[in-house]
Design a protein around this ligand. Structure first.
Ligand code: FAD
Length: 403
C-alpha cells in the first residue's frame, strides 16, 4: 500500500460509467479525482436510447425522475411505439407499455460530470491518463503530472488504456475479439430529411419518425436502427465484428437504400467498436477495476451500454467503498458483485442472442416468427429491466440490489 496517497480513488474517463463511479465514491466520503481527456460538452457516437433500466437507475441514484430529466434538457424524444423488421418486412409493431427515451450524449455526459463535480469530485477535463503504474498505484497524465490512489477505476471506454495496462491472462483475448461489435452511425437532421424524401426502397419509415425502428437483417449477428431525436434521426447498423468485418460500409449503404434514404448514402458515417457480449467476468488487477465499455459490459443482443456503464460503476463503487472502509479484498468483492448481480443476466441474454441471430443466420424464419410472436413482449420487458432474461421471471430487485 502507498504511504500517503493523493486520493482514495482515481477514475479514468468521464462518460456515464466514470461520472457514476466518481459521484458515488464521493458521496461515500472519499477523495476522488476524475480525468477526462476531452472537454465537455464532448460527443460520443451513440443512438442515445435510454431503456427503462437506465431511467430507473437515474431516478434511484441521481434523483432524476423523467420530469427532472426533461427539465435538465436530457430527454430529446420519447418512443411510445416500436417497429421490428426482418428482411425488410415489418414483423412486429405495437405500443410500448413504458417508453424508451432518447437523449443526446453531448448533454447527458456533460450533465453527469457536472453532478460529480458538484458532489465534490475533482474533475480534470482535457487531461488524458497516459500511463498506469499498478505496482505504485500511480497514474501519469498528459500534463506530465503523477498522482496516486489505492483504487483506480478504469471507465475509459472501449479502447481503455487501463484495460490495456493489465497483464496477460486477465482478458481472454479470443472471447473479447469474438464478441466485439462494430457499428456505423449517421445523424440526419430532420430539415434535410424533408428536403430529400422519396426513394424506392422496400421500407417506408413512419412519416413522423417518432417510432424507434429495428431491422434484424441489416447485417450479420446484429441489426440496423432508426432512432428518433428532436431535430434529427439517428441511423445505424452494428453487429459482431468477426461476422461482418469489412462488409459493414457496404451493408450500411444497402440499409440506407432499403429504408428509402439513398440521398444520404454518400455521407461518411461515424464508426466505433462496441461491446456485444465480450464482458470480462473478473475485470480487476491489483487496485484497478474496469467498468462500462472498458470491461465489455453491454447488452449482447442490442449493444445497449449506457445502463451497464451506470450499473457496473455502481457495483464497483460499492466494492471500492467496502475495501477503503473495512479492508475487504477489492478484486474479490467486485467480482462477487458482478457474478451475483449482472453476469447471470448477461449469460442468459447471450444464450438468447445465439438463438435469435442463429435463426436469422440459418434462414430459419418459422421458429423465429413463432418465438417473436410468443415471446416478444417478455423480451421487451427483459430489455426494459422488468423481467429477468433467466426464464423471463419478474424479479423485484433485479437491477437494484447490491449485496
Ligand atoms: C454506434 C453506437 C450506438 C450506440 N447506441 C446506444 C444506445 O442507443 N443506447 C445505449 O444504451 N448504448 C448505446 N451504445 C453504447 C454506449 O454508447 C456505451 O456503452 C457507453 O457510452 C459506455 O459508457 P462508458 O462510460 O463506459 O464509456 P464512454 O462513454 O466511451 O466514456 C469513456 C470516456 O473515457 C474517456 N477516455 C478514454 N481514454 C481516456 C484516457 N486515457 N484518459 C482520460 N479519459 C479517457 C473518453 O474520452 C470518454 O469520454 C452505442 C454505441 C455505439 C458505438
Amino acid at each position: 500500500m502507498i504511504d500517503r496517497p493523493d486520493y482514495d480513488a482515481i477514475v479514468v474517463g468521464g462518460g456515464p460509467a466514470g461520472s457514476t463511479a466518481a459521484c458515488l465514491l464521493r458521496k461515500f466520503g472519499h477523495r476522488v479525482a476524475l480525468f477526462e481527456r476531452q472537454t465537455y460538452p464532448r460527443d460520443k457516437i451513440c443512438g442515445g436510447c435510454l431503456s427503462q433500466k437506465s431511467i430507473r437507475f437515474l431516478d434511484r441514484v441521481f434523483s432524476l425522475s423523467v420530469p427532472a430529466l426533461r427539465q435538465e434538457g436530457l430527454i430529446e424524444c420519447t418512443g411510445t411505439t416500436y417497429a421490428i423488421y426482418v428482411e425488410n418486412t415489418r414483423a412486429l409493431t405495437g405500443d410500448l407499455a413504458e417508453p424508451f427515451y432518447f437523449t443526446r450524449r453531448e448533454r447527458y455526459d456533460a450533465y453527469l460530470a457536472r453532478r460529480a463535480a458538484e458532489a465534490g469530485v475533482e474533475v480534470h477535463e482535457g487531461v488524458e491518463v497516459t500511463a498506469v503504474d499498478h505496482a505504485h498505484h500511480t497514474i501519469t497524465t498528459s500534463e506530465g503530472d503523477s498522482c496516486s490512489a489505492p483504487v483506480l477505476i478504469g471507465a475509459d471506454g472501449i479502447h481503455s488504456r487501463v484495460r490495456r495496462s493489465f497483464p496477460e491472462g486477465i482478458v481472454d483475448h479470443e472471447q473479447w475479439q469474438e464478441n466485439l461489435g462494430m457499428a456505423l452511425e449517421l445523424v440526419i437532421p430532420r430539415s434535410e430529411l424533408q428536403a430529400s424524401a422519396g426513394g424506392d426502397g422496400p421500407v417506408h419509415l413512419d412519416s413522423d419518425l417518432a417510432t424507434p425502428h429495428l431491422f434484424f437483417s441489416a447485417c450479420r449477428w446484429g441489426y440496423g436502427w432508426v432512432f428518433p431525436n428532436r431535430d434529427a434521426i439517428v441511423v445505424g447498423i452494428g453487429g459482431l465484428y468477426m461476422k461482418n468485418r469489412r462488409d459493414l460500409p457496404g451493408q450500411f449503404e444497402e440499409f440506407l437504400n432499403a429504408i428509402d434514404l439513398p440521398a444520404f448514402a454518400d455521407r461518411r458515417p461515424t464508426g466505433s467498436p462496441l461491446p456485444f457480449g465480450n464482458y470480462i467476468p473478473s475485470p480487476v488487477y491489483g487496485g484497478a477495476l474496469l467498468v462500462g465499455d472498458a470491461g465489455g459490459f453491454a447488452s449482447p443482443i442490442l449493444g445497449e451500454g449506457i445502463f451497464y456503464a451506470h450499473r457496473t460503476a455502481e457495483l464497483a463503487a460499492h466494492a471500492a467503498n467496502r475495501h477503503l472502509t473495512t479492508g475487504a479484498p477489492l478484486a474479490r468483492t467486485y467480482t462477487t458483485l458482478l457474478q451475483r448481480r449482472l453476469i447471470p443476466e448477461l449469460k442468459a441474454e447471450m444464450a438468447l442472442r445465439n438463438y435469435l441471430y442463429g435463426c436469422l443466420e440459418g434462414q430459419m424464419r418459422i421458429p423465429l416468427e413463432v418465438f417473436m410472436k410468443a415471446a416478444s413482449s417478455r423480451v421487451i420487458d427483459a430489455v426494459q429491466g422488468f423481467r429477468s432474461f433467466l426464464g423471463f421471471r419478474k424479479v423485484d430487485d433485479l437491477h437494484t440490489a447490491i449485496w
